[in-house]
Design a protein around this ligand. Sequence first.
Ligand SMILES: [Zn+2]
Length: 511
Amino acid sequence: MAKPRKIKIFDTTLRDGEQSPGATLSHQEKIIIAKHLEKMNVDIIEAGFPIASEDDFKAVRDISKEIKKSEVAGLARVVEKDIDRLAKALEPAKKPRIHVVLATSPIHREFKLKKSPKEIIQMGVAGVKYASQFCKNIEFSPEDASRTETAFLYEVLEKTIEAGATTVNIPDTVGYAQPAEFGNLISGIIENVPNIEQATISVHCHNDLGLAVSNSLEAVRHGAGQVECAVNGIGERAGNAALEELAMALKTRSSYYSAETNLNLSEIYRVSQMVSSFTGLLVQRNKAVVGENAFAHESGIHQHGVLCKREAYEIMDPKMIGKESELVLGKHSGKHAVKSVLKEMGYGLKENQVEEITSRIKALADKQKRVFREDIVAIANDVTDQMREEDKRIVLEEVKIFTGNRVQPEAEVSLKIDGKQVVGKAKGVGPVDASAKAIASVISEKVSLKEYNLKAITGGTDALANVVIKVKNSRGKEFLAEAINEDVIMASVEAIINGYNKALFKEGKPK
Ligand SMILES: [Zn+2]
């Protein structure tokens, strides 16, 4: 049997993924995710689009400083100012990659760029040549490739490879391609682009028709050597190809594809949970590989089968993706143990934050006996997400709830707003609603609650409750806020107050 080909994994969670509607990542969260992607052995980490914002620039620059093993890429259009900015951000990178993009399909050429095919080729070639003075590792993406005339696409690829592109990425930008068709496109490129062996063929598939992973795998089968993907499949609109699904398809059916990846699969579940918690984009229960139900058997026949022989109904072992609750700390664990676990997870924390996390872990261990990795991540996120005390305009003093099955729930909330003590009271359909209304009754600025999500972190009625909310201030800016507590009502109240503080803080998004 032929030796399996190595397929490079290009992760764009921090670039395309962060463009998901509703997702926002703080600077520190991006660095933590990047470190975990490196630990997972991702070949290339796309860290941002530096010309788009100062935040993206800083993310690419700081991830470039931190990451040593994986290549670090950033995105630029084929114009000098984009490439200059990207090259500057990539300066500290040990293995930099410049990724330039230019739309090639008729609809983009005529309506967006207003350029002729000849001009498009000149722009692509000029962009690649300009980029190659900064680094030799250059990826070129003809945006909307799957809707570009094939003859023109071949010509664009030939000329940009000649100009120095070492990877040519074929994006199905709008998620329009069908698997067999997309596979044929890759074969066509291999047959018709004379210098194609000088570059790696990559694909970047979107999931508008639910085919991102299928299209990517079909491309691999036809000779693509790199796939672009995002953790949990997040990304523009319906998202990108899901990293975990591609990884496990190539692992489980390696001989069918005659291909494999370099990934350290045991990091998959942890990174999935982390991306979900940081972005606020929850993973659907029945999601392949990383969903809560992915390895749950309900039917008695299936349960019996799995007990006799796991492989009877399971094609993958959940252990392989690191899906097992790990007991890491107990109530006797000291600050040093906590610190080393946090460090191993990629958190760079101040001493007072470590102390707060330690005391909260001890308090939790007292109640719930066992503390799992997920609990620690939740507590650490809660502590690091907190604003500086002096920036908080609202401080919670006390909450009282009156509730039951025969009374209308009522809440009384004591707050300090800009240093002044106030008390709000309200009734609601439930205790959380009553508390939210009581808080709103004493705050004059208009902040609306757009979303409310509640999740238990680890089992049992004494488990930590994680509440993630989204609020919108009067200028229309949205903020994600989160809180965890063993008490559902307290987690909700704290999340709401965190949300108000973020929405009312003058700088927008404080960290
Ligand atoms: Zn995309």
